[in-house]
Ligand binder design. Structure first.
Ligand code: PMV
Length: 324
């Protein structure tokens, strides 16, 4: 008899080679590979309880009831695998802003799949959990693993698209997250990606560049070449935002503080501080630095008008089950 309840913990990740665009079809398969680092410090904790007494699934996010078709669909897929008809109560807490470009869906679905796997006694492998997380939110496939993570696959075969951890020292890097907005983003990633694929003239070149950058970034990480990784990562970030901005209607995720932080990071690196910026589908700036450089980066970004808070985090572990 499976335990029917479990708690899991997971962390968001920041893509150094970004993903923006899906393959045609219903399996949420990225159009190109991506590469990320999983963050420590920012945490999602999810409790799942399956109960014959429940007549519908119930979701609570940070104490508030929510309705989310992606959560129901994720539960349905895992229930089908387990042959279980039971409805579930899902209670999730994020200790950072939700749906504001801080990858809460990545940590959220990595934690959800990991908790449901344990609660229903499915015994999924990490790669299988990564596939299940990817079906809900592609970046969540990467948060199943810790440290440096690659998400790649073969063609349009859903079972072959999962993340794998890379052999690299997680103590190499730290990330300063400059939070400059706590509101939910105006356009979801899925809707934004659909729009970009249909309307941006740069969408197809972007996919070609991403495949090249994916290989180059792995070489830079293997060679522990920070400058090279900085060049590739900032290029990938800016190319993704160029695609977003040239979509119709335009997707402008940055605010004024985003821009000022980018300039400050550029100035710091030009003056010898090992740091580069990364921005996702929201205005927050993640400044990736070599260990030892985070204090000066946090001081500079913390003084930028509009920056509400900075959080300095290391690279963290993948999704794990923990005692409730
Ligand atoms: O996980 P999704 O499907 O919501 O996509 C997130 C995409 C970006 O965060 C903008 C980039 C990335 O690779 O994480």
């Amino acid at each position: 008899m499976p335990p029917l309840r479990a708690r899991a913990r997971a962390h968001p990740n920041v893509a150094l080679v970004k993903y923006w665009g899906k393959r045609p079809g219903t399996h949420n398969i990225p159009a190109a590979p991506s590469l990320s680092v999983t963050l420590d410090g920012l945490t999602t904790v999810t409790d799942v309880r399956f109960d014959a007494e429940l007549d519908a699934d119930r979701f609570v996010l940070n104490g508030q009831p929510v309705d989310d078709v992606r959560i129901s669909a994720c539960l349905d897929r895992l229930r089908t695998r387990a042959g279980s008809p039971l409805k579930a109560e899902v209670d999730t807490h994020n200790d950072f802003p939700t749906a504001a470009g801080l990858a809460s869906s990545a940590s959220g679905f990595a934690a959800l799949v990991t908790a449901v796997d344990a609660a229903l006694g499915l015994g999924l492998s990490p790669a299988e959990r990564s596939v299940e997380a990817r079906l809900a939110s592609a970046s969540a496939a990467r948060s199943v693993f810790g440290g440096f993570v690659a998400l790649d696959g073969i063609g349009s075969d859903s079972a072959r698209w999962f993340a794998t951890p890379l052999e690299a020292d997680p103590a190499w890097l730290e990330v300063v997250v400059a939070v400059n907005e706590t509101e939910t983003k105006p356009v979801s990633s899925s809707e934004g990606m659909r729009r970009s694929a249909l309307t941006s003239p740069f969408y197809n070149p972007w996919l070609d560049e991403t495949r090249l950058d994916f290989d180059l970034a792995q070489a830079a990480i293997a060679g522990r070449d920070f400058e090279r990784l900085a060049t590739i990562s900032e290029r990938s970030c800016l190319e993704m935002h160029a695609v977003m901005m040239t979509s119709s209607p335009a997707l402008l995720y940055w605010n004024t503080a985003t821009f000022v932080c980018m300039h400050e990071v550029t100035k710091l690196r030009a003056a010898g501080t090992p740091v580069f910026f990364s921005i996702d589908a929201g205005p927050q700036v993640k400044a990736v630095c070599e260990r030892g450089a985070s204090a000066v980066v946090a001081r500079v970004l913390g003084a930028v008008p509009g920056v509400l808070d900075t959080r300095t985090v290391g690279l963290g572990p993948g999704a794990t089950v923990e005692a409730p």
